[in-house]
Structures are given as structure tokens and as C-alpha cells.
Design a protein. Structure first.
Length: 181
């Protein structure tokens, strides 16, 4: 499973996503650990099994076992937070004082900085569409030295990864049914 194989699965109508993927992979705005952690959490959050397998295969070349563990823990924790806090926000002011009340701890491991974690949390929150979590982790990321360009790159990675997940799902259903596009 290589990224080259993944790109071959993306139909011609979504060729810009291949270009976007290539641009983000070659970008130096983030460290490799930050970048591949963002790709991994975005793929994990996308719920597309094939995409996750392709991204994981590449991420193994750039992430330590500890970094991968923290990234996946981040995806799990942030999904819980994103759904819970987004619902609280939608329910309105009556719920502003209601305690979330669910355990959700992620411990950083050696070699994983708080800045790395914040970028990964931003990527997950982008995929899950939680405005409050996105803003909170943006602010926390700034506290830990992240620049707007780095934060935006995490958003871009999440958006492109989600777009590819969507394309693969649609093409898998309609491409087989209609004999391809």
C-alpha cells in the first residue's frame, strides 16, 4: 500500500485532490511528525478504511510508535469532544454551565510536543466540524508557538484528506455501478 496506489484510485474528476495531496506532502510548513500526524488523525476521523490503511502505511515512515499512539489517542479524544461540545453549543445557553462529564485524557509521550498535539486536534476538529474545539485548539496552539501558516496547513490536510475519503466512497459506489467515470 503506497500513496502512489492511493492516487491511482482517485478518479479524473477529482484530479485536483491528487495535486493538493502532493503539495501538502512536499510542503515544509510542518515537521514530518506534525504533517503525518495530521494526515493520520484526519484519515482515522474520515471513517474510510482504505484511506486510513494507505495513510497509515506512509505515516509509519515518519512517526515513531509513541507519536502514532498519541495521534490516534488524539483522534479518539477529539471526536468525543467535538461531538459533545458541538451539541452543547447547539443546545444553547442553558447548557453553557453543564459539565461535559466524560473522561477523556490523552497523555503526551516522549518526542511529542504540545504543539504537535494541538495541530492534530485542529485536524480532527476540522473533519468533525466543531467550531468551539477548533477555536480552542487554535488559541492553545498559539500559546505553544504555532504560527497561523502551521495551523492553516493542519486545516488543509484535514480538508484534502476528507475530500479524498468522500471521493473514494462515492467512486466506490457509483464507479462500480456505472462502470466507472
Amino acid at each position: 500500500m503506497t500513496l502512489h496506489n492511493l492516487k491511482q484510485l482517485i478518479p479524473a474528476y477529482a484530479k485536483d485532490q491528487v495535486r493538493n495531496l502532493d503539495m501538502l506532502i512536499s510542503s515544509t510548513v510542518l515537521t514530518d511528525q506534525q504533517k503525518w500526524g495530521c494526515f493520520l488523525v484526519a484519515a482515522a476521523t474520515s471513517s474510510n478504511d482504505d484511506l486510513l490503511k494507505y495513510i497509515d502505511a506512509e505515516a509509519k515512515e515518519h512517526l515513531t510508535a509513541d507519536a502514532k499512539s498519541v495521534a490516534l489517542a488524539c483522534a479518539t479524544a477529539m471526536t468525543l469532544n467535538n461531538y459533545g461540545f458541538r451539541a452543547k453549543h447547539w443546545l444553547g445557553q442553558d447548557f453553557d454551565v453543564v459539565r461535559f462529564g466524560l473522561r477523556n485524557t490523552v497523555s503526551l509521550k516522549p518526542g511529542v510536543s504540545q504543539a504537535d498535539y494541538e495541530l492534530w486536534a485542529i485536524a480532527v476538529s476540522t473533519v468533525n466540524g466543531c467550531e468551539q474545539c477548533l477555536q480552542a485548539h487554535f488559541r492553545e496552539g498559539q500559546v505553544h508557538g504555532l504560527e497561523p501558516a502551521q495551523i492553516w496547513q493542519a486545516v488543509q490536510i484535514a480538508a484534502v484528506t476528507q475530500s479524498i475519503a468522500h471521493t473514494l466512497r462515492v467512486h466506490g459506489v457509483l464507479g462500480q455501478q456505472d462502470g466507472g467515470f
